[in-house]
Each structure stands twice: as structure tokens, then as C-alpha cells.
Ligand binder design. Sequence first.
Ligand SMILES: *Cc1c(COP(=O)(O)O)cnc(C)c1O
Length: 360
Amino acid sequence: MSNHKRLILPGPVEVRPEILEAQTAWMFGHRSQEFADLFDRLQVNLKRAFQTENRVYVVGSSGTGFWEGASRNCVRDDRRVLHAVCGSFSERWAKVSKANGKQVDVVEVEWGKAITPEMIADALEEQTYDAVCVVHNETSTGVLNPIQAIGEVVSGYEETLYMVDTVSGFLGAELFVDEWGIDIALTSSQKAFALPPGVAFGTISERVLERAKQVENRGYYFDFLSLEKYYQRSNTPSTPPISLMQAADKQLNDIFAGEGLEGRWARHKQMRDMSHAWVESRDFGFFAQEGYRSPTITAVANTRGIDVHELEAFMAERGFAIDKGYGKIRGETFRIAHMGDLQPDTIEEVLAGFDEFLGG
Ligand SMILES: *Cc1c(COP(=O)(O)O)cnc(C)c1O
């Protein structure tokens, strides 16, 4: 472990030793009472974390799998799905819908901009959609979309389900699933949830189940009606990632016994503010539009033209793994991932390292 670098990455993030340890508990069978107890404990805490009364499916996959499940179960063959695209991940979810044979329309903004409720309202006026898909926190650009305001628009359309990817937002940015009218909020473990990768979570409304009954080819692994049947018995159709569920159990228990949701959201805002102050005072820019900047990740516009590969190597020597920007905006941007269980003093160390690099 001596050459371990602390992960300042937008996934997988640094995982606390206590959480890693929780995965080493003795194994038990998933058709046991012990498993049902774990399942039920998780449901209580997950519902609280998502602020919902709806069930939360737990599936052994990354977030991408749950994208596939959501698209597959919620869009009928002769209907259309609307994807709001504002960066790499929202773009990829639209591809997933297409790859599953769905008829996809896209509303798109330039990378760095947020989706507006008006855009969604206009699209819904033009065409009836089975679902609208929006990414809460676009990890590639550092944009936090106005999920609540978009939800108000979508709620005016009875047939339209509201599906939200909160993979890098969940537990780092405010999210009120029921209040905001979200039918599916999906996430994976390795981002702001601060668990190892390998398990995905998604809230499922009654409307989703009604819809799934009208969809013929729901696939097998992510068939919501099958997941529902087993959910009713505090179980899963196939063997679940028990060790990761133990880690999730520990993490959620710790959150609710400790800082709580509000405290966690506030800590992320504090780390965001520290990052923003650094960006401004060091004459860098922000890639994300003002007013929509994420509390879990800051995409820095590299206006000083520093060599991000050199920065990465410099920080690696100091024991940090940092990000060099995503895909087509790598170099033009780099990202400060301030999510999960990272503490403000770690961000302080990271920013001090950046300063040393700039000074050297
Ligand atoms: C990382 C990420 C995904 C993909 O999740 P995986 O767990 O890697 O499959 C989807 N959406 C967003 C916003 C992400 O940041």
C-alpha cells in the first residue's frame, strides 16, 4: 500500500479503509435471512439518501448497466425517448438507448452549458415522449443541471417518465427524488457514494413498473418486473454483490450517524468554494457556465496553458492521482474532483501542490 496514491479522480474515488474493510466480512448465501436483513437495512437507508418512498433496486453492475435497464424497460417500441445532452456522459446514455433499439431524439447544448427547462418544454410540446433522460451532474464538464425545474416541466406530461442519472451527484449534491417528480434516479457506487466500483442503485416509481408491463423486450438481467418480484421478498433474481452491499451498508450507516445528508452536501459545497477561490485567484477560468457549477467536480478551463501531463506527474510524486480533463476537452481543461469522503484539508493539500507546480 506504500505506493498508494490518493485518488482525486471523478471515479473511482478514494475509499476509506473502514469501507474497504467492510467488504471482508464473512460471506453468506443470498437466499438467507441474513441477506434479507442486509437488503432491508439498505432499503431504509437508500430511501432516505434518495429522499424517496420508492423502492431502490440494487444491481451488480456499473452505472452503465442501469442506463441500459432504464432505457430498455421504460420506452415502448413505437414511441420515442428524449435525451438531454450536455457532455460526454449524457451523450453516451443516448447511445445506450439507441443501441437497445429505441427511437431517440436529442436536445443538445454546447459542452459547459446547462440544459434548460425551456428546451425540454419546447421538445415536449412538439412530440410525445415515453421518457425524458437528464444527467444531474455532467461529470465531463462540471455542470449541475436544474433537475427540479426540469421535473416541473416533465410532470405536466402524464405519459412521460422522468429519468435522472445522478452517478456523480448522489450524496454530493442535493437531490429530492419524490419532491422533484423523478421516476428513476440511478447511480453507481464509485463516485460521490465513495464505495469501490461494481454496484448500481436506482429508484423505481410505480409508473415505471406500469410502463415496464407494456414493454415486450425488457431483456433479462435488468428486467424490472423480475427485479420487482424479488424485491418484494428482500432479494435479487441473480447473485448480488454481497461484499459491496456490506460496504454500502457501512457507508450509509456512517453518513446517517455522522454528518447526515445536509452536512455532506455542505462539505461538498465548501470544497467547491475552495476550488473556485483557487481557480479565480490563480487566473484560470471555469469551463462550466456560471450558476450551474457542480459541488462535486470543478472543470478548470486551462487558460494559462499549463501542461496537464506534467501537472499529473508532479502531483503523482506528492502521492495524488489527479485528473487531466475528459475526452475531447482534455488539456483544454482539467478537473478537480472534490467528491465522496474527501475532506477540505485534502483539497487544501491538492491546491497547495498545484501552487508548487505553478511556482516551479
Ligand atoms: C461515471 C459516470 C457514468 C458511468 O458510470 P459507470 O459506473 O462507470 O458505468 C454515468 N454517468 C455519469 C454522470 C458518470 O459520471
